[in-house]
Design a protein around this ligand. Structure first.
Ligand code: PLP
Length: 400
Protein backbone atom coordinates (compact mmCIF):
# COMPACT_ATOMS: atom_id res chain seq x y z
CA UNK A 1 0.00 0.00 0.00
CA UNK A 2 1.14 3.56 -0.71
CA UNK A 3 1.56 5.50 2.53
CA UNK A 4 -1.17 8.01 3.27
CA UNK A 5 -1.25 10.86 5.79
CA UNK A 6 -2.68 10.61 9.29
CA UNK A 7 -4.61 13.82 8.71
CA UNK A 8 -6.61 12.44 5.80
CA UNK A 9 -7.64 9.43 7.89
CA UNK A 10 -9.33 11.83 10.31
CA UNK A 11 -11.70 13.26 7.71
CA UNK A 12 -15.33 12.26 8.19
CA UNK A 13 -18.60 13.42 6.68
CA UNK A 14 -21.41 11.42 8.23
CA UNK A 15 -24.06 12.81 5.86
CA UNK A 16 -22.44 11.17 2.84
CA UNK A 17 -20.54 8.38 4.62
CA UNK A 18 -23.84 6.78 5.68
CA UNK A 19 -25.20 6.74 2.11
CA UNK A 20 -22.93 3.77 1.24
CA UNK A 21 -25.04 1.65 3.63
CA UNK A 22 -28.23 2.55 1.77
CA UNK A 23 -26.58 1.73 -1.57
CA UNK A 24 -25.98 -1.84 -0.38
CA UNK A 25 -29.76 -2.32 0.05
CA UNK A 26 -30.45 -0.58 -3.26
CA UNK A 27 -28.16 -3.03 -5.04
CA UNK A 28 -30.29 -5.83 -3.64
CA UNK A 29 -33.37 -4.22 -5.21
CA UNK A 30 -34.83 -2.31 -2.22
CA UNK A 31 -36.24 1.17 -2.59
CA UNK A 32 -34.75 3.59 -0.05
CA UNK A 33 -36.36 6.80 1.21
CA UNK A 34 -33.61 9.37 1.74
CA UNK A 35 -34.35 11.81 4.55
CA UNK A 36 -30.65 12.44 4.91
CA UNK A 37 -29.50 15.00 2.36
CA UNK A 38 -29.96 18.75 2.78
CA UNK A 39 -30.49 19.45 -0.89
CA UNK A 40 -33.82 21.15 -1.71
CA UNK A 41 -33.22 20.73 -5.46
CA UNK A 42 -33.12 16.93 -5.09
CA UNK A 43 -36.54 17.05 -3.43
CA UNK A 44 -38.19 19.02 -6.22
CA UNK A 45 -37.70 22.68 -5.29
CA UNK A 46 -36.22 24.46 -8.26
CA UNK A 47 -34.65 27.78 -9.06
CA UNK A 48 -36.58 30.51 -10.88
CA UNK A 49 -36.53 30.50 -14.69
CA UNK A 50 -34.61 33.80 -14.95
CA UNK A 51 -31.65 32.17 -13.19
CA UNK A 52 -31.67 29.20 -15.57
CA UNK A 53 -31.90 31.61 -18.50
CA UNK A 54 -28.90 33.58 -17.22
CA UNK A 55 -26.59 30.56 -17.06
CA UNK A 56 -27.71 29.44 -20.55
CA UNK A 57 -27.06 32.92 -21.89
CA UNK A 58 -23.57 33.02 -20.35
CA UNK A 59 -22.73 29.68 -21.95
CA UNK A 60 -24.15 30.78 -25.34
CA UNK A 61 -22.09 33.95 -25.16
CA UNK A 62 -19.09 31.72 -24.63
CA UNK A 63 -18.28 32.96 -21.15
CA UNK A 64 -16.75 29.56 -20.63
CA UNK A 65 -13.28 30.77 -19.80
CA UNK A 66 -11.30 31.40 -16.59
CA UNK A 67 -12.43 34.52 -14.78
CA UNK A 68 -10.90 36.52 -11.89
CA UNK A 69 -9.87 34.36 -8.92
CA UNK A 70 -11.69 36.59 -6.44
CA UNK A 71 -14.85 36.42 -8.58
CA UNK A 72 -16.53 38.42 -11.31
CA UNK A 73 -16.60 42.09 -10.35
CA UNK A 74 -20.31 42.56 -11.01
CA UNK A 75 -21.15 39.61 -8.77
CA UNK A 76 -18.98 40.94 -5.94
CA UNK A 77 -20.76 44.30 -6.23
CA UNK A 78 -24.19 42.64 -6.30
CA UNK A 79 -23.38 40.56 -3.20
CA UNK A 80 -22.11 43.62 -1.29
CA UNK A 81 -25.35 45.42 -2.15
CA UNK A 82 -27.48 42.38 -1.20
CA UNK A 83 -25.74 41.94 2.17
CA UNK A 84 -25.84 45.68 2.91
CA UNK A 85 -29.56 45.87 2.20
CA UNK A 86 -30.33 42.75 4.20
CA UNK A 87 -28.33 43.62 7.28
CA UNK A 88 -27.87 47.37 7.16
CA UNK A 89 -24.07 47.20 6.98
CA UNK A 90 -21.62 48.73 4.53
CA UNK A 91 -19.51 46.18 2.73
CA UNK A 92 -17.56 47.05 -0.41
CA UNK A 93 -17.08 44.80 -3.42
CA UNK A 94 -13.49 44.22 -2.28
CA UNK A 95 -14.81 42.70 0.97
CA UNK A 96 -16.31 39.79 -1.00
CA UNK A 97 -14.47 36.69 -2.22
CA UNK A 98 -16.37 34.26 -4.44
CA UNK A 99 -15.86 30.61 -3.47
CA UNK A 100 -16.96 27.20 -4.72
CA UNK A 101 -19.66 27.01 -2.08
CA UNK A 102 -19.48 27.81 1.61
CA UNK A 103 -17.47 24.59 1.81
CA UNK A 104 -14.52 26.24 0.07
CA UNK A 105 -14.97 29.33 2.24
CA UNK A 106 -14.52 27.14 5.34
CA UNK A 107 -11.42 25.54 3.85
CA UNK A 108 -9.88 28.91 2.88
CA UNK A 109 -10.57 30.54 6.23
CA UNK A 110 -9.15 27.65 8.20
CA UNK A 111 -6.15 27.41 5.87
CA UNK A 112 -5.46 31.05 6.70
CA UNK A 113 -6.14 30.90 10.43
CA UNK A 114 -5.52 27.50 11.96
CA UNK A 115 -2.46 25.40 12.66
CA UNK A 116 -1.39 23.03 15.41
CA UNK A 117 -2.03 24.21 19.00
CA UNK A 118 -4.80 26.50 17.73
CA UNK A 119 -8.32 25.91 18.95
CA UNK A 120 -11.68 26.68 17.43
CA UNK A 121 -14.98 26.84 19.26
CA UNK A 122 -17.84 25.37 17.25
CA UNK A 123 -21.45 24.72 18.21
CA UNK A 124 -22.19 21.19 19.40
CA UNK A 125 -23.96 19.79 17.43
CA UNK A 126 -22.94 21.35 14.13
CA UNK A 127 -22.39 20.82 10.41
CA UNK A 128 -19.50 18.27 10.17
CA UNK A 129 -17.03 19.96 7.75
CA UNK A 130 -16.13 22.54 10.40
CA UNK A 131 -14.55 19.93 12.62
CA UNK A 132 -13.15 17.84 9.75
CA UNK A 133 -11.36 20.79 8.13
CA UNK A 134 -10.14 22.23 11.44
CA UNK A 135 -8.60 18.89 12.38
CA UNK A 136 -7.15 18.60 8.89
CA UNK A 137 -5.14 21.76 9.61
CA UNK A 138 -3.97 20.33 12.94
CA UNK A 139 -6.23 22.47 15.14
CA UNK A 140 -8.13 21.31 18.19
CA UNK A 141 -11.91 21.38 17.85
CA UNK A 142 -13.79 22.38 20.98
CA UNK A 143 -17.57 22.05 20.94
CA UNK A 144 -19.64 24.56 22.94
CA UNK A 145 -23.04 23.41 24.04
CA UNK A 146 -26.24 24.19 22.23
CA UNK A 147 -28.55 23.38 25.06
CA UNK A 148 -31.43 21.10 24.11
CA UNK A 149 -33.33 21.98 27.30
CA UNK A 150 -33.19 25.59 26.21
CA UNK A 151 -34.51 24.93 22.65
CA UNK A 152 -30.92 24.35 21.44
CA UNK A 153 -29.81 27.88 22.28
CA UNK A 154 -26.06 28.42 22.78
CA UNK A 155 -24.81 28.06 26.34
CA UNK A 156 -22.80 31.24 26.81
CA UNK A 157 -21.25 30.11 30.11
CA UNK A 158 -19.95 27.03 28.33
CA UNK A 159 -18.34 29.21 25.65
CA UNK A 160 -16.70 31.37 28.29
CA UNK A 161 -15.40 28.33 30.16
CA UNK A 162 -13.81 26.90 27.04
CA UNK A 163 -11.99 30.02 25.85
CA UNK A 164 -8.22 30.26 26.28
CA UNK A 165 -5.25 32.03 24.69
CA UNK A 166 -5.11 29.43 21.90
CA UNK A 167 -8.71 30.02 20.75
CA UNK A 168 -8.61 31.57 17.27
CA UNK A 169 -12.26 31.68 16.25
CA UNK A 170 -15.80 31.29 17.57
CA UNK A 171 -18.27 29.87 15.07
CA UNK A 172 -21.95 30.77 14.87
CA UNK A 173 -24.28 28.83 12.54
CA UNK A 174 -27.71 30.50 12.61
CA UNK A 175 -30.09 29.00 11.62
CA UNK A 176 -28.20 25.93 12.68
CA UNK A 177 -27.75 22.63 10.92
CA UNK A 178 -28.79 20.14 12.40
CA UNK A 179 -31.04 21.75 15.06
CA UNK A 180 -32.83 24.60 13.25
CA UNK A 181 -31.94 26.99 16.10
CA UNK A 182 -31.74 30.71 15.54
CA UNK A 183 -29.40 32.56 17.89
CA UNK A 184 -31.01 35.46 19.75
CA UNK A 185 -29.67 39.01 19.57
CA UNK A 186 -28.69 38.84 23.24
CA UNK A 187 -26.65 35.70 22.73
CA UNK A 188 -24.90 37.06 19.67
CA UNK A 189 -23.99 40.19 21.65
CA UNK A 190 -22.55 38.04 24.43
CA UNK A 191 -20.54 35.98 21.95
CA UNK A 192 -19.22 39.18 20.39
CA UNK A 193 -18.21 40.45 23.84
CA UNK A 194 -16.26 37.27 24.50
CA UNK A 195 -14.57 37.42 21.08
CA UNK A 196 -13.71 41.07 21.75
CA UNK A 197 -12.10 40.24 25.10
CA UNK A 198 -9.88 37.65 23.41
CA UNK A 199 -9.30 39.80 20.32
CA UNK A 200 -10.45 37.14 17.86
CA UNK A 201 -12.98 37.15 15.00
CA UNK A 202 -16.38 35.53 14.91
CA UNK A 203 -17.09 33.26 11.97
CA UNK A 204 -20.73 33.37 10.91
CA UNK A 205 -22.30 30.73 8.67
CA UNK A 206 -25.41 32.35 7.21
CA UNK A 207 -26.30 29.83 4.50
CA UNK A 208 -29.87 29.49 5.90
CA UNK A 209 -30.36 33.13 6.94
CA UNK A 210 -33.37 33.79 4.72
CA UNK A 211 -34.93 30.40 5.47
CA UNK A 212 -36.23 31.43 8.88
CA UNK A 213 -39.99 30.78 9.21
CA UNK A 214 -41.14 33.67 11.37
CA UNK A 215 -38.35 35.99 12.42
CA UNK A 216 -35.51 37.99 10.94
CA UNK A 217 -32.18 36.31 11.59
CA UNK A 218 -29.75 38.65 13.33
CA UNK A 219 -26.48 39.09 11.48
CA UNK A 220 -23.56 39.43 13.96
CA UNK A 221 -22.05 42.19 11.78
CA UNK A 222 -25.00 44.47 12.60
CA UNK A 223 -24.14 44.25 16.30
CA UNK A 224 -20.36 44.36 16.13
CA UNK A 225 -18.50 47.58 16.93
CA UNK A 226 -14.95 46.29 16.66
CA UNK A 227 -15.07 42.48 16.43
CA UNK A 228 -14.22 41.29 12.90
CA UNK A 229 -16.80 39.02 11.31
CA UNK A 230 -15.91 36.44 8.70
CA UNK A 231 -19.26 35.81 7.05
CA UNK A 232 -19.99 32.75 4.92
CA UNK A 233 -22.96 32.54 2.63
CA UNK A 234 -23.86 31.18 -0.76
CA UNK A 235 -26.32 30.20 -3.42
CA UNK A 236 -26.93 26.53 -2.57
CA UNK A 237 -29.92 26.65 -0.27
CA UNK A 238 -31.99 29.83 -0.53
CA UNK A 239 -31.14 30.26 -4.22
CA UNK A 240 -31.55 26.54 -4.98
CA UNK A 241 -28.22 26.13 -6.81
CA UNK A 242 -26.65 23.29 -4.82
CA UNK A 243 -25.04 21.60 -7.81
CA UNK A 244 -23.54 24.78 -9.20
CA UNK A 245 -21.18 25.18 -6.23
CA UNK A 246 -21.21 28.87 -5.55
CA UNK A 247 -20.72 30.79 -2.34
CA UNK A 248 -18.77 33.66 -0.85
CA UNK A 249 -16.82 34.94 2.10
CA UNK A 250 -17.49 38.48 3.27
CA UNK A 251 -15.17 40.30 5.60
CA UNK A 252 -16.80 42.75 7.98
CA UNK A 253 -13.79 44.50 9.40
CA UNK A 254 -14.62 47.68 11.30
CA UNK A 255 -11.12 48.22 12.74
CA UNK A 256 -9.08 46.64 9.95
CA UNK A 257 -7.80 43.51 11.60
CA UNK A 258 -8.49 41.18 8.70
CA UNK A 259 -6.41 42.90 5.99
CA UNK A 260 -3.59 40.38 6.10
CA UNK A 261 -5.92 37.37 6.29
CA UNK A 262 -7.96 38.69 3.37
CA UNK A 263 -4.90 39.29 1.16
CA UNK A 264 -3.48 35.87 1.88
CA UNK A 265 -6.76 34.04 1.30
CA UNK A 266 -6.95 35.87 -2.02
CA UNK A 267 -3.50 34.52 -2.92
CA UNK A 268 -4.69 31.03 -1.99
CA UNK A 269 -7.74 31.53 -4.23
CA UNK A 270 -5.42 32.25 -7.17
CA UNK A 271 -3.96 28.77 -6.82
CA UNK A 272 -7.34 27.24 -7.68
CA UNK A 273 -7.72 29.71 -10.58
CA UNK A 274 -11.39 30.61 -10.35
CA UNK A 275 -14.95 29.50 -9.60
CA UNK A 276 -17.45 28.30 -12.27
CA UNK A 277 -17.88 31.34 -14.56
CA UNK A 278 -21.38 30.80 -16.06
CA UNK A 279 -22.77 30.08 -12.59
CA UNK A 280 -21.49 33.46 -11.43
CA UNK A 281 -23.62 35.16 -14.08
CA UNK A 282 -26.61 33.16 -12.94
CA UNK A 283 -25.95 34.34 -9.38
CA UNK A 284 -26.05 37.97 -10.50
CA UNK A 285 -29.47 37.29 -12.04
CA UNK A 286 -30.58 35.51 -8.87
CA UNK A 287 -29.64 38.49 -6.69
CA UNK A 288 -31.17 41.08 -8.99
CA UNK A 289 -34.32 39.18 -9.97
CA UNK A 290 -37.53 38.47 -8.07
CA UNK A 291 -37.25 36.45 -4.85
CA UNK A 292 -40.97 35.86 -4.69
CA UNK A 293 -40.44 32.06 -4.76
CA UNK A 294 -38.85 32.33 -1.30
CA UNK A 295 -42.22 33.02 0.33
CA UNK A 296 -43.63 29.74 -0.93
CA UNK A 297 -40.42 27.88 -0.05
CA UNK A 298 -40.49 29.20 3.54
CA UNK A 299 -44.19 28.43 3.89
CA UNK A 300 -43.61 24.84 2.80
CA UNK A 301 -40.69 24.46 5.20
CA UNK A 302 -42.72 25.82 8.07
CA UNK A 303 -45.65 23.46 7.36
CA UNK A 304 -43.42 20.43 7.04
CA UNK A 305 -41.44 21.35 10.17
CA UNK A 306 -44.66 21.56 12.19
CA UNK A 307 -45.96 18.30 10.84
CA UNK A 308 -42.80 16.34 11.52
CA UNK A 309 -42.31 17.93 14.93
CA UNK A 310 -45.80 16.89 16.04
CA UNK A 311 -45.46 13.38 14.68
CA UNK A 312 -42.07 12.81 16.31
CA UNK A 313 -43.26 13.94 19.72
CA UNK A 314 -46.15 11.43 19.56
CA UNK A 315 -43.79 8.49 19.14
CA UNK A 316 -42.51 6.75 22.29
CA UNK A 317 -38.75 7.08 23.00
CA UNK A 318 -38.52 10.17 20.74
CA UNK A 319 -38.62 13.87 21.59
CA UNK A 320 -37.83 16.84 19.41
CA UNK A 321 -37.40 20.59 19.70
CA UNK A 322 -39.30 22.63 17.11
CA UNK A 323 -36.98 24.09 14.43
CA UNK A 324 -37.23 27.81 13.62
CA UNK A 325 -35.40 27.82 10.32
CA UNK A 326 -33.69 25.66 7.63
CA UNK A 327 -34.96 22.10 6.91
CA UNK A 328 -33.62 19.89 9.65
CA UNK A 329 -34.94 18.48 12.91
CA UNK A 330 -32.72 16.77 15.47
CA UNK A 331 -34.78 14.46 17.70
CA UNK A 332 -33.43 12.74 20.77
CA UNK A 333 -33.77 8.97 20.96
CA UNK A 334 -34.04 7.15 24.26
CA UNK A 335 -31.91 4.19 23.25
CA UNK A 336 -32.63 2.11 26.42
CA UNK A 337 -31.17 -1.34 25.78
CA UNK A 338 -32.55 -1.62 22.27
CA UNK A 339 -29.59 0.00 20.53
CA UNK A 340 -25.97 0.60 21.59
CA UNK A 341 -25.77 4.08 20.09
CA UNK A 342 -27.32 6.46 17.55
CA UNK A 343 -25.39 4.87 14.66
CA UNK A 344 -26.84 1.45 15.50
CA UNK A 345 -30.33 2.99 15.71
CA UNK A 346 -29.90 4.61 12.28
CA UNK A 347 -28.65 1.38 10.67
CA UNK A 348 -31.40 -0.69 12.29
CA UNK A 349 -34.10 1.69 11.05
CA UNK A 350 -32.57 1.56 7.57
CA UNK A 351 -32.47 -2.24 7.66
CA UNK A 352 -36.03 -2.64 8.94
CA UNK A 353 -37.85 0.19 7.14
CA UNK A 354 -35.48 1.29 4.37
CA UNK A 355 -35.52 4.94 5.42
CA UNK A 356 -32.17 6.72 5.72
CA UNK A 357 -31.51 9.32 8.44
CA UNK A 358 -28.12 10.55 9.68
CA UNK A 359 -26.77 9.48 13.08
CA UNK A 360 -26.44 12.40 15.48
CA UNK A 361 -22.90 11.71 16.67
CA UNK A 362 -21.78 12.60 13.12
CA UNK A 363 -22.60 16.21 14.12
CA UNK A 364 -20.49 16.14 17.27
CA UNK A 365 -19.48 13.24 19.45
CA UNK A 366 -20.59 14.83 22.70
CA UNK A 367 -23.64 16.95 21.95
CA UNK A 368 -24.86 15.02 18.91
CA UNK A 369 -24.96 11.56 20.40
CA UNK A 370 -28.31 9.82 21.09
CA UNK A 371 -29.92 11.85 18.30
CA UNK A 372 -30.64 11.55 14.60
CA UNK A 373 -30.95 14.24 11.97
CA UNK A 374 -34.02 14.19 9.75
CA UNK A 375 -34.28 16.34 6.61
CA UNK A 376 -37.92 17.35 6.05
CA UNK A 377 -37.67 18.51 2.45
CA UNK A 378 -39.55 15.52 1.04
CA UNK A 379 -43.19 15.94 -0.02
CA UNK A 380 -45.93 15.54 2.57
CA UNK A 381 -46.95 11.99 1.51
CA UNK A 382 -43.34 10.77 1.81
CA UNK A 383 -42.92 12.45 5.18
CA UNK A 384 -46.16 10.88 6.37
CA UNK A 385 -45.17 7.41 5.20
CA UNK A 386 -41.72 7.80 6.79
CA UNK A 387 -43.19 8.89 10.13
CA UNK A 388 -45.58 5.91 10.00
CA UNK A 389 -42.57 3.67 9.46
CA UNK A 390 -40.66 5.24 12.32
CA UNK A 391 -43.66 4.82 14.61
CA UNK A 392 -44.14 1.15 13.71
CA UNK A 393 -40.38 0.55 14.00
CA UNK A 394 -40.42 1.82 17.59
CA UNK A 395 -43.62 -0.04 18.55
CA UNK A 396 -42.26 -3.30 17.10
CA UNK A 397 -39.16 -2.88 19.30
CA UNK A 398 -40.84 -2.03 22.56
CA UNK A 399 -43.58 -4.66 22.21
CA UNK A 400 -41.22 -7.51 21.47
N1 PLP B 1 -22.96 25.39 5.89
C1 PLP B 1 -23.95 24.69 6.44
C2 PLP B 1 -24.38 25.01 7.83
C3 PLP B 1 -24.58 23.66 5.73
O1 PLP B 1 -25.57 22.97 6.30
C4 PLP B 1 -24.15 23.36 4.42
C5 PLP B 1 -24.76 22.26 3.64
O2 PLP B 1 -25.54 21.47 4.09
C6 PLP B 1 -23.11 24.12 3.87
C7 PLP B 1 -22.54 25.12 4.64
C8 PLP B 1 -22.59 23.82 2.49
O3 PLP B 1 -22.80 24.88 1.65
P1 PLP B 1 -22.29 24.93 0.16
O4 PLP B 1 -23.19 24.11 -0.69
O5 PLP B 1 -22.36 26.39 -0.15
O6 PLP B 1 -20.88 24.43 0.14
Amino acid sequence: MIKITERIKEVEYAIRDIVSQAKIYEKKGHKITYLSIGDPVKYGFSMPQHVIDAIKKAIDQNINYYVASEGIQELRESIAEYENNKSNISLLDEDILITAGVSEGILFTFAGMLESKDEILIPGPSYPPYSSYAKFFGAKVVEYELSEDDAWQPNIDDIRKKMNENTRLILIISPNNPTGTIYSEKQIKEILDIAGEYDIPVMSDEIYDVLSYNEKVVNPATLSKDVPIIGLNGFSKAFLMTGWRLGYIYYYDPVEKLTELKENIERLARVRLCVNAPAQFAAIAALKGSKEYLNEFRRELKNRSEYIWKRLNDIPLISAVKPRGAFYIFPKIELKNYWKNDMEFTLDFLKEKKVLLVYGSGFGKKFGKDHVRIVFLAKQDILEASMDKLESFIYEKIRK
